[in-house]
Design a binder for this molecule. Structure first.
Ligand code: HEM
Length: 401
C-alpha cells in the first residue's frame, strides 16, 4: 500500500507492460465479460479503451445536462421536509436513471423502468458488505452462465435485453432524441477499421454500469453529507449559485463558473474516496523510488493515505473546499479516480453529474445534518460509502417543488 506521492507518480508513469491492472481485476470477468477494459491489459486494453474515450469525453457532457437535472428534480419532489433521511437511495436511483438515459439513450417510460428494475436487482448483489470476499472464495468463473445462481440468472436476463436493444439499434429502430454511449459504440471503429462486435458493445455497457453507478451514488451521498455538515459551506455554495445562474434554471454554460462547488466536490472525494486505492501487479522486477519489488506483487497507490498527508493538505481531517481554489494538485497528489493509462474513463462524466445534481438540489433545498450525525465509512461491495446512507434534513427554499 503506497502513501508516498513520488511512488504514486512513478507507478502512474511506468510502462503499462510492467504493471498490469486487468490481471488484478480478473475476478470481474464473469460479469463484465472478456472484452471489458477492466480486465484487459496491454494492447487489447488500449484497443477497447480507445472506443470508450469519445462517448465519455468532457465536451459530450452538455448533451446529458437535461437528463441529469430533470431526474434530480423528479427525485427531490418526494423528499421529506424537516425529517432526517438517507440520501443514498435517491442518489442510486438518479444516477442509475441518468446512466440508462445517457448510456443507452432510453427515454422515460416503460422500457427505461424495466431496465432500471433489472439492473438494480442485479447490482444489489455486488453491494453486499462481503461480496468481494465471496467473489474471491467462490469459483465464480465456473458458475458463470449458470441459471441456478441468482446473480447469473439475472445477468443473463439483462443480457437478453441488452442484445435485443443492440440489434434494434443496428436495424435503425430508434426512440432516442439525444446523444448516447450506445449509439457512439455502434458507430465506432477499431484502428483496423473493424466495427465493434455485439459482445464488445455489451461488455462496454455492462462495464460502465458496474464501474460508474454505485461509485457515483456513494460519492454524491458523501458529498452532500459533508456539505450539509458545514452551514458556512452551504451559504457560500448557495450564494455562488444565485450569482452565477441569477436564480434561473441551471444551464451548461453556468457550470465552469461554479468554482467553489467544484472545490467542494473535489474536497469530498479527497476526504472520502469511494475507491480508496487502485491495483497494479508487477510483471517484472521493478524499482519504485529506489525500492526493488519482485515480479508478481500487487502495488496499491492509496488515495486515502496520500489525501491525508499534512504537507499536501494542511488540517487534512477538515473539510475545506477552498484548498482547491488556493492550490492546484498533481495527478499523484489527488487521485480518487486512479491514474496513468488506467485513469477512470468516467471521471468527466462523474464530476459533471455530481456538479449538476448538487447544484440542482441546492437551488431547491437547504440541507443540514441531523444533530449528532457522524457517518463512518463502510464497505458496499468493493467501494466505500457512509454507513448511515448520508443522512440529512432539508428545508425547502423554493416553493415550486
Ligand atoms: C465518483 C465516481 C467514480 C469514481 C470515484 C471512480 C473511480 C475509479 C477508479 C479509482 C478506477 C481505477 C483507476 C485506476 O486503476 O487507476 C476507475 C476505473 C474505471 N471507471 Fe470509474 N469511477 C467513478 C465513476 C465512473 C463512471 C461514471 C464511469 C462510466 C460512465 C466509470 C468508468 C470506469 C471505467 C470504464 C474504468 C476502467 C478504466 C480502465 O481500466 O482503463 N467510472 N474508476
Amino acid at each position: 500500500m503506497l502513501s508516498d506521492p513520488n511512488a504514486v507518480r512513478e507507478i502512474f508513469q511506468a510502462d503499462p507492460d510492467l504493471l498490469h491492472s486487468g490481471e488484478a481485476n480478473a475476478l470481474f470477468t464473469a460479469t463484465v465479460g472478456r472484452s471489458s477494459v477492466l480486465v484487459l491489459d496491454g494492447a487489447p486494453h488500449m484497443r477497447q479503451r480507445r472506443t470508450l474515450v469519445p462517448p465519455l469525453k468532457g465536451e459530450r457532457m452538455r448533451a446529458f445536462l437535461d437528463a441529469m437535472r430533470l431526474e434530480t428534480l423528479e427525485a427531490l419532489s418526494s423528499w421529506p421536509v424537516g425529517t432526517p433521511f438517507p440520501t443514498l437511495p435517491t442518489m442510486r436511483r438518479v444516477t442509475l436513471r441518468v446512466i440508462l438515459r445517457t448510456g443507452l439513450g432510453l427515454q422515460p417510460g416503460s422500457e427505461l423502468d424495466r431496465f432500471e428494475r433489472k439492473i438494480e436487482t442485479f447490482l444489489s448483489h455486488g453491494r453486499q458488505r462481503y461480496a468481494l470476499v465471496l467473489m474471491t472464495i467462490v469459483p465464480i468463473e465456473r458458475l458463470a452462465g449458470s441459471r441456478w445462481v441468482p446473480l447469473f440468472r439475472q445477468l443473463s436476463d439483462l443480457d437478453d435485453d441488452l442484445f435485443a436493444l443492440i440489434s434494434a439499434r443496428r436495424r435503425g429502430e430508434r426512440n432516442v432524441t439525444s446523444q448516447n454511449v450506445l449509439d457512439d459504440l455502434l458507430a465506432a471503429k477499431h484502428e483496423d477499421g473493424a466495427p465493434l462486435a455485439d459482445r464488445e458493445v455489451r461488455d462496454a455497457l455492462i462495464t460502465i454500469l458496474i464501474a460508474g453507478h454505485e461509485t457515483t451514488a456513494l460519492a454524491l451521498a458523501w458529498a452532500l453529507s459533508e456539505i450539509a455538515q458545514h452551514p458556512d459551506v452551504v451559504d457560500r455554495l448557495s450564494d455562488e449559485l444565485v450569482r452565477v445562474t441569477g436564480g434561473g434554471p441551471l444551464a451548461a454554460e453556468h457550470l465552469p463558473a461554479l468554482e467553489y462547488l467544484d472545490g467542494a466536490i473535489r474536497e469530498s472525494l479527497r476526504l472520502r474516496p469511494v475507491v480508496p486505492f487502485v491495483v497494479r501487479k508487477t510483471m517484472q522486477p521493478i524499482s519504485i523510488t529506489g525500492r526493488e519489488y519482485p515480479a508478481g506483487v500487487v502495488l496499491c497507490p492509496c488515495s486515502y493515505l496520500v489525501h491525508q498527508r499534512e504537507e499536501l493538505y494542511p488540517h487534512a481531517g477538515e473539510f475545506r473546499p477552498e484548498r482547491f481554489l488556493e492550490r492546484k494538485y498533481g495527478p499523484h497528489e489527488w487521485f480518487p479516480f486512479g491514474g496513468g493509462n488506467r485513469i477512470c474513463l468516467g471521471m468527466p462524466f462523474a464530476l459533471y453529474e455530481m456538479k449538476v445534481l448538487i447544484a440542482t438540489l441546492l437551488s431547491q433545498v437547504r440541507p443540514t445534518r441531523p444533530t449528532g450525525a457522524c457517518s463512518k465509512a463502510r464497505r458496499y461491495g468493493i467501494v466505500l460509502g457512509p454507513d448511515d446512507g448520508g443522512r440529512i434534513v432539508v428545508q425547502r427554499t423554493r416553493a415550486d417543488i
